[in-house]
Design a protein around this ligand. Structure first.
Ligand SMILES: *[C@@H]1O[C@H](CO)[C@@H](O)[C@H](O)[C@H]1NC(C)=O
Ligand SMILES: *[C@@H]1O[C@H](CO)[C@@H](O)[C@H](O)[C@H]1NC(C)=O
Ligand SMILES: *[C@@H]1O[C@H](CO)[C@@H](O)[C@H](O)[C@H]1NC(C)=O
Ligand SMILES: *[C@@H]1O[C@H](CO)[C@@H](O)[C@H](O)[C@H]1NC(C)=O
Ligand SMILES: *[C@@H]1O[C@H](CO)[C@@H](O)[C@H](O)[C@H]1NC(C)=O
Ligand SMILES: *[C@@H]1O[C@H](CO)[C@@H](O)[C@H](O)[C@H]1NC(C)=O
Length: 775
């Protein structure tokens, strides 16, 4: 008989290997649709490298078959949650096939097992299920909760460790005596580890398990943990059943109150990141995020159970992906994009354009805008006028509607439901989606809630939190910086996301809006929403599998300024550069090109954008305090200007610091390239100003030297379009630059050789920006 069984096993292994792509279906008790659907979970053996993995796979399947016949793994889950899917995924990783009880049924184990007691129903379901196996005296029963449990090892190791404990029934242990603290004193003294029983994870032989389950009746709404605790505290029964607790986590790791016991371990040599209990020096095989430790489990779950391997392969990133390529346009999911403008935000015009540039059919997009800021009304108006018709629908809520942020966010969810949206995409004014495929990629990721990682450039400020304080505020996880700086790339289950996130429309339909909303005590809208999602056990993922975009920083944005974005060169350098630096600036440094030199030692470079020119002129004209062109100048130390112009100094419009930074960052490298050997960093400049020439005011400037080592002169508007005449003549060389180009800078030595004059403007107004560098 033994021999025959051995042969059968070998044949079976053979079949399993041949049919490696076949489905190992899960057993499911209830025959609802959801349940049958759920059984279609494919496990592809050795997907990475068949030839290498075949041997270990063979051995492990062999052992798996040897033990799995003998072990019945049972769980209770009524519906498919993110946690349940994670549980099943971890089971698949270790070829465990749990039997799911209660699926598709109404939960009968008490109203809110999270905060109160309950769960007797689990005992009753298991008792009933085991009836048909109860005569199999050698069978081992492993019960686990589902929504907050993950497997970290296979059944062979689990049963091995079980047998080593000498117990016939083994329950997980935890740090708290729950639900009845008074029972703590009745526990036998345990030397090491966690003292109290937890009923979320246990294992035992059939006869002892049956005796335990049938010891007395339990109501569905009674507390299962109390039920088993009372049995354990009965000394006679404890001895008789060889009923023990896994104090040291040989198998079971309950996390509540024990978060510091566990650490992740893994180097490039291992195939997976392991969870180690550093207190007891064990490697737990099943983990349970009981009570408030769910958030910690979510964090660990990003790595363990082969989710993310030491060679930085994000395995769990690739589960359940959707592919939108080649989907018929009528079948492209509809997306409800909700844009929230809740504070004055720099570079908002670009934000809108990037949102519009998303590679997604606009006729499948509903656009909802909540604008709370009067300053941005024109931006939105212009955008909607120009592009609104491309969208399926556009709805705008204006500042005059006086709708608060949370109410508007709530309203947008209602609107999404009303429009029967497939997806809801929330995006704030601060979010720049630089990657035009962001929306598509997030949909394809197929998670209930998923956010693209967005970070303020050069800062560690992002749109997710890695951990929470006990009162629900920000706390930094140990991998936070690695994720923010993309040292680790993947898909991360986190307790808080904001700024931009995609929600699967099925979630909105699943939960009552009294539970899924933006309201919660004194939390702000984002915190409230995430707290509510956490309470519903909905996972929030943030992805940095690719670069998606960045956040602008609105903290110092001062809309009392005439052109507030011009002042954002420090806080939002990348956006500033994108808007204000000439598109050909980088070409100045192309070694294959020689710098333009219209006159001897006068160089000419494209440096700022048309928008810069326009905004700088507007800043000056808005200020309006042009000097009178006389020699008396109270702005100067001596109060006297030998060669006066009509001008406004940068410090008069509060832009001096910004200008000096611009000089250092964008002008200095050009200077060092053409006047080799002269290096003054940072450049110094006391005289920085915009000059206005016009026929009826001051049309020209007499020959003079500048008090500078070198001078820069940026043309801010265009000859022919804006004025006639003008230019700069270098007298020693009898050489003039008259065809000046808006946005280009002239750079020339200030003294001795480059005696120069400003040529006559005959019509219109000419503006130039001047700095005397290193006087
Ligand atoms: C599988 O492993 C072999 C030998 O190391 C290697 O040459 C081959 O490229 C691998 N194949 C894949 C798909 O990784
Ligand atoms: C998308 O995710 C859901 C939930 O995990 C899953 O049931 C579904 O099969 C996934 N879709 C695809 C195409 O894998
Ligand atoms: C999606 O499908 C297209 C062709 O239908 C294929 O070229 C592409 O690689 C697929 N994308 C992914 C991520 O599998
Ligand atoms: C998202 O919604 C689609 C239907 O619109 C569904 O097929 C898919 O399984 C859902 N995915 C998740 C993760 O809920
Ligand atoms: C400069 O020219 C060389 C040779 O033609 C070419 O290989 C190189 O890419 C060019 N560099 C740039 C920045 O265009
Ligand atoms: C200066 O240049 C102009 C035009 O290029 C020429 O007409 C004039 O004669 C020159 N003057 C001197 C002094 O060379």
């Amino acid at each position: 008989m033994m021999l025959l069984q051995g042969k059968l096993i070998i044949i079976y292994i053979f079949i399993v290997i041949i049919n490696a792509d076949d489905e190992l279906s899960l057993q499911c008790e209830s025959k609802t649709d959801a349940c049958t659907d759920k059984t279609k979970n494919t496990y592809t053996i050795a997907a990475n490298n068949a030839s290498i993995e075949l041997l270990p796979v063979t051995v492990s399947i062999f052992l798996h078959i040897l033990v799995s016949d003998n072990v019945l793994v049972v769980t209770v889950a009524t519906s498919e949650t993110d946690g349940f899917n994670r549980y099943l995924q971890s089971a698949r990783e270790y070829r465990i096939q749990p039997t799911i009880l209660g699926f598709g049924q109404e939960w009968k184990g008490g109203d809110d097992i999270k905060r109160y007691t309950g769960g007797g129903w689990k005992v009753n379901l298991l008792k009933e299920h085991l009836q048909k196996f109860k005569d199999d005296k050698d069978k081992i029963v492993l019960f686990t909760d589902a929504y907050d449990v993950m497997f970290l090892g296979d059944l062979r190791r689990i049963t091995e460790n079980f047998k080593l404990t000498g117990a016939r029934v083994l329950f997980g242990a935890e740090a708290f005596c729950w639900p009845n603290e008074d029972l703590a004193s009745k526990y036998p003294k345990s030397e090491k580890g966690k003292p109290y029983l937890n009923s979320g994870l246990y294992i035992g032989y059939m006869p002892e398990i049956m005796e335990l389950l049938e010891r007395k009746d339990i109501k569905d709404t009674d507390d299962d943990q109390l039920y088993f605790t009372e049995a354990y505290l009965d000394e006679n029964l404890r001895e008789k059943l060889k009923f023990k607790l896994d104090h040291e986590s040989q198998i079971f790791q309950n996390l509540n109150g024990a978060s510091n016991e566990v650490q992740l371990h893994g180097d490039g040599k291992e195939h997976e990141i392991k969870l180690k209990n550093v207190l007891t020096h064990t490697e737990p095989l099943i983990i349970h995020g009981n009570g408030p430790s769910k958030i910690r489990l979510n964090h660990l779950g990003n790595y363990i159970s082969k989710a993310w391997t030491p060679d930085r392969n994000c395995k769990h990133c690739t589960y359940g992906l959707i592919n939108l390529t080649n989907v018929e346009s009528a079948d492209i999911p509809t997306v409800f994009v909700a844009l929230f403008v809740e504070q004055a935000t720099p570079f908002f015009e670009e934000q809108l354009l990037k949102l519009h540039a998303q590679e997604y059919p606009k006729e499948r997009v509903h656009l909802f805008i909540h604008n709370n800021i009067k300053y941005h009304k024109d931006h939105i108006k212009e955008f909607v006028e120009k592009y609104g018709k491309d969208y399926f629908s556009v709805k705008e809520i204006t500042p005059e509607d006086e709708i608060s942020e949370w109410a508007a966010r709530d309203l947008s969810l209602d609107q999404c439901l009303l429009k029967d949206c497939d997806y809801y995409f929330s995006v704030d004014a601060t979010v720049h989606l630089d990657n035009p495929y962001t929306v598509k990629l997030l949909i394809e990721q197929n998670r209930t809630v998923v956010a693209p990682l967005l970070v303020r450039s050069g800062k560690a400020w992002s749109n997710f939190w890695g951990a929470l304080t006990t009162d629900g505020y920000y706390s930094r996880s140990d991998d936070y910086m690695d994720i923010v700086y993309n040292n680790k790339r993947g898909l991360w289950n986190v307790p808080f996301v904001s700024s931009a996130y995609l929600i699967n429309g099925t979630l909105l339909k699943k939960f009552d809006r009294t539970k899924l909303n933006y309201i919660r005590s004194n939390y702000d809208a984002d915190m409230a929403f995430c707290a509510n999602l956490r309470d519903l056990d909905v996972f929030m993922f943030v992805s940095n599998r690719l670069d998606f975009g960045h956040l602008v920083n609105p903290d110092t944005y001062d809309i009392t300024r005439a052109k507030p974005d011009m002042y954002q060169i420090f806080e939002n350098e990348i956006d500033w550069e994108e808007r204000y630096i000439h598109e050909d600036y980088a070409e100045n440094f192309n070694p294959n090109k020689t710098a333009k030199q219209p006159c001897p030692d006068v160089y000419w470079f494209p440096i700022v954008s048309p928008r810069f020119c326009k905004d700088l002129i507007d800043m000056m004209e808005n200020f309006g305090g042009w000097s009178d062109g006389s020699n008396k100048d109270s702005r100067l130390e001596g109060g006297y200007e030998a060669v006066p112009t009509r001008d406004i100094h940068m410090n008069q419009v509060g832009w001096e610091r910004h200008w000096l930074y611009f000089l250092q960052k964008y002008v200095r490298p050009l200077q060092e390239m053409v006047f080799i050997g002269y290096e003054h960093n940072p450049p110094r400049s006391l005289m920085n100003f915009v000059v206005r020439y016009r026929p009826d005011e001051q049309p020209s400037l007499r020959p003079h030297h500048d008090s500078s080592t070198y001078t820069i002169n940026i043309a801010l508007n265009q000859k022919g379009d804006d004025y006639e005449g003008g230019g700069c003549r270098f007298i020693r060389y009898n050489c003039s630059v008259v065809e000046t180009k808006s946005g280009w800078v002239l750079m020339h030595p200030g003294k001795l050789t480059h005696y120069h004059e400003g040529l006559l403007v005959t019509k219109g107004t000419r503006y130039i920006m001047i700095a005397f560098v290193d006087p």
